[in-house]
Write a protein that binds this ligand. Structure first.
Ligand SMILES: N[C@@H](CCC(=O)N[C@@H](CS)C(=O)NCC(=O)O)C(=O)O
Length: 184
């Protein structure tokens, strides 16, 4: 059995753990990404379409004539051999749900780690309410340097800082006249 992947932990780690746990003999083929800055020219790209994989990708597992991509399909293949997919229908359903749940969980971290500046509309609301609280009680974030940094980062965004310096910017009054604070 050959397991191929980049020379990193990545999404191959659970497969390696399952192979080890089940005592499955396997060899690893590790593609080095760092050595070649040009993705198109690295070793994986040379192998990509020559291995007979239906949907070429990493990781892949080759076990005789069986060639598998998709990390969950690989895990399931090994799991099936060792009766680790659940026994009853109810168990199998739970295993299927957990398989997808675990992948969703994994992808959340992947997204955050690859794009730490990932923004959602909630960031805008969060900025506004934190900023207002700071105007209301200037010391309110003294114990929260991470939130202070968030405000600074947000205000440093090119389009936001341009808006804040434009005549369109309307930071106050915060409320209508019937309020006891924030009317000026
Ligand atoms: N859904 C696939 C994702 C595979 C994937 O995105 N592999 C990345 C590394 S994590 C890769 O570099 N694939 C090689 C390629 O796209 O050519 C899986 O779970 O195996």
């Amino acid at each position: 059995m050959i397991l191929a992947y980049w020379e990193i932990r990545g999404i191959a780690h659970p497969i390696r753990l399952l192979l080890e746990y089940t005592g499955t003999p396997y060899k690893e083929l590790l593609y080095n990404y760092e050595k070649c800055s040009d993705y198109d020219k690295n070793e994986w790209f040379k192998d990509r379409y020559t291995l007979g994989l239906d949907f070429p990708n990493l990781p892949y597992l080759i076990d005789g004539n069986t060639k598998i991509t998709q990390s969950n399909a690989i895990l399931r293949y090994i799991g099936r051999k060792h009766k680790m997919c659940g026994d009853t229908e109810e168990e199998k359903v739970r295993v299927d749900i957990l398989e997808s749940q675990a992948m969703d969980f994994r992808m959340q971290l992947v997204r955050v780690c690859h794009d730490p500046n990932f923004m959602t509309f909630v960031d805008f609301s969060m900025y506004d309410i934190l900023d207002l609280n700071c105007k209301f009680l200037p010391a309110c974030l003294d114990l929260f340097p991470n939130l202070q940094e968030f405000l600074t980062r947000f205000e440093g965004l090119k389009k936001i800082s341009a808006y804040m310096n434009s005549p369109r910017y309307l930071p106050k009054p915060v409320f209508l006249k019937m309020a006891k604070w924030g009317t000026q």
